[in-house]
Design a protein around this ligand. Structure first.
Ligand code: G3P
Length: 216
């Protein structure tokens, strides 16, 4: 399963990239606003921090506007993946861009039928938002299972990119279901390394080692 960082904070991306475990980055208009930086400048910098896909989202709502914005964004770097919303115009744009060899991430997916449409439109990635799904009284992980089943039934190549991840259980369940990618805030990814018994174990080993008076 691939790990993408869901952030436009370049310091956090650089820190995760240094672990060698980062496979890509996703951004959206809210994350760009949070970073407080110019979209072109920050996206270019992010594209230099990872070889993997970097999702940059269009904000136009009509097909022509999305194509215009995609043209600007995809020139930033070879690894830019254009993010479009799951609307008729978004999927029309997805079909056109993937036909030209540009990666497309279809975002704001909240149903398996929407995911089916995105796969038919040739999306490189589908982004179901599990956290927001849960927040609204639905079962986010059931949505991922349903999409996995449908994509496997028809051998769709669209990768399931689990988004709106809030905690480690979302990551664990995604891996058990066989999602292709998770995108999570850096704090959630860093939290995966942690276990209280690992810390306690290190503490015990170091205390015993100190008693030996040795060094390596
Ligand atoms: O990439 C978009 C998605 O991950 C948003 O997450 O936490 O705002 O629901 P959230």
């Amino acid at each position: 399963m691939k790990f993408f960082a869901d952030t436009a904070d370049t310091a956090e991306i650089a820190e995760l990239a240094a672990t060698g475990l980062l496979d890509g980055v996703t951004t959206n208009p809210s994350l760009i606003a949070k970073a407080g930086r110019d979209i072109m400048e920050v996206t270019r910098e992010i594209c230099g921090l990872t070889r993997g896909p970097v999702s940059a989202e269009v904000v136009a709502l009509d097909h022509a506007g999305m194509m215009r914005e995609a043209e600007v964004l995809r020139k930033i770097a070879e690894n830019v993946c254009i993010k479009v919303p799951l609307t008729i115009d978004g999927l029309k744009t997805c079909k056109a861009l993937t036909g030209e060899g540009t990666m497309v991430n279809v975002t704001l997916c909240f149903s398996a039928n929407q995911a089916l449409l995105a796969a038919k439109a040739g999306a490189s990635f589908i982004s179901p938002f599990v956290g927001r799904h849960d927040d609204n009284g639905f079962d986010g992980m059931q949505l991922i299972s349903d999409i996995r089943l449908i994509y496997d039934n028809y051998s769709f190549q669209t990768e399931i990119l689990v988004a709106s991840i809030r905690h480690g259980i979302h990551v664990l369940e995604s891996a058990k279901i066989g999602a292709d990618v998770i995108t999570a805030p850096p704090a959630v990814i860093k939290g995966l390394f942690k276990h209280v018994l690992t810390d306690k174990g290190i503490e015990g080993f170091l205390a015993d080692w100190a008693k030996t008076g040795q060094s390596i």
